[in-house]
Design a protein around this ligand. Structure first.
Ligand code: MG
Ligand code: ZN
Length: 382
């Protein structure tokens, strides 16, 4: 009897497995044997292509912490309507898993909002966070939390933050919350009324701040854009460490965190090689902090990539270690393949060459989120 029941169980399990539809690509070992992470940290160096990484590494005594990542891949960064993408379509591909038009924030080609990986993490009871060295309403962080057809809609994007229960926000852009031109809402006060501990650079030295693990946390590092690293901005490594400590201390089911080194891209737009190098090295110090946490934790998947390359950067003849001669082909973005570095459980998913939208699907697979669950949540909130 026992044997028959066992046989039936096995047959049913096999049937269920075979009825699931197309099997996902098997990444490495057999399905079921893969250890899944509890936490996912996606770090985006905006505009950080291979030459940006190389220039920073050779400038920095031939060392960069990206060398410690065991899994490396490349993604195809192009947008839904342009081979050369921007940060909005680029980050929306990571956040939502679809190629969209340049300028779109969390929306598909038909301007239909898509539930982002951060929102899905919220749905699943995970803690969530966004950290940036631009305003927090800028295209890259915005694409993980807002749904707008234009990246320029900063005030509307700020109001989208209030529609979520994101646990942690660190970045510039206080102005779009409490000094609004299109309405007289005070979103700073609204965040406080929602129970957030809200603070800013004007009132408090960020390096002394102690978030309360029982409350959501928002810190504005600038009224509009934060300084460049060269002008003295130092908070990203500290903020990254604070974010992982805080989010892991929230004792939820795990966490999803996006950290952006926002201004590597701006160095590229300005064709300023020194700025690119300083911004990559600042981002790299944040990567070191995150990697240290992930190594200790053992349950954290860390992914480092860029939305696109900026500037068509080259390291020209005449360069030596410590003194890099940079040159640029454009003050815009380029469509070169973008490197991806991964560490931790499910990092093996990120080897190879794939579309940028696959980053979303791989993160989702690692976190164990299914489309059925997302459909249930979206239709119930419609
Ligand atoms: Mg950006
Ligand atoms: Zn750019």
């Amino acid at each position: 009897m026992k044997n028959i029941r066992l046989t039936i169980t096995i047959v049913c399990t096999l049937l269920a497995a075979s009825c699931k539809g197309p099997e996902p690509v098997v990444y490495g070992s057999a399905p079921g044997a893969i250890k899944k992470p509890k936490n996912v940290i996606l770090m985006i160096g905006d505009g950080m292509g291979l030459a940006q990484i190389s220039a920073a590494m050779y400038h920095n005594k031939n060392k960069i912490s990206l060398e410690r990542f065991p899994v490396i891949g490349f993604h195809k960064s192009y947008a839904g309507n342009n081979l050369v993408t921007d940060s909005a379509a680029g980050a929306t591909a990571f956040a939502c898993g679809e190629k969209t038009f340049v300028g779109a924030i969390g929306m598909d080609m038909d301007s239909v909002p898509m539930r982002t990986i951060l929102e899905q993490a919220e749905d699943h009871g995970l803690a969530t966070g966004l950290v940036a060295t631009s305003t927090i309403v800028h295209a890259t962080p915005a694409s993980f939390i807002a749904h707008r057809h234009s990246r320029e809609m900063y005030e509307e994007i700020a109001s989208d933050f209030l529609k979520t229960d994101i646990d942690l926000i660190i970045g510039g852009g206080k102005y779009y919350f409490d000094n609004r031109e299109k309405d007289d809402r005070d979103l700073y006060a609204e965040l406080e009324a929602k129970g957030y501990m809200v603070d800013d650079y004007f009132k408090t030295d960020f390096f002394t701040v102690k978030p309360d693990l029982n409350r959501n946390f928002a810190f504005f590092t600038a009224n509009k854009q934060p300084l460049t690293a060269a002008a003295g901005r130092k908070y990203l490594p500290f903020a990254s460490r604070l974010a992982v400590d805080y989010l892991s201390g929230r004792n939820k089911e795990g966490f999803f965190l996006m950290i952006e080194g926002s201004q590597i891209d701006w160095g590229g737009h300005a064709n300023d090689g020194e700025m690119v190098i300083q911004e990559v090295l600042d981002f790299d110090r944040a990567i070191q902090r995150v990697l240290r946490f992930a190594q200790r934790d053992g349950n954290t998947l860390v992914i480092i990539t860029a939305d696109h390359e900026t500037g068509g950067l080259a390291i020209n003849p005449g360069s030596i270690m410590g003194d890099i001669k940079t040159a640029f082909t454009t003050n815009g973005h380029t469509a070169a393949l973008v490197p991806v570095f991964a560490y931790g459980p499910c990092s093996q998913y990120f080897a190879g060459i794939y579309e940028n939208v696959e980053i979303y699907h791989k993160m989702k697979e690692a976190l164990g989120f299914t489309d059925q669950e997302i459909e249930a949540v979206t239709s119930s909130s419609r």
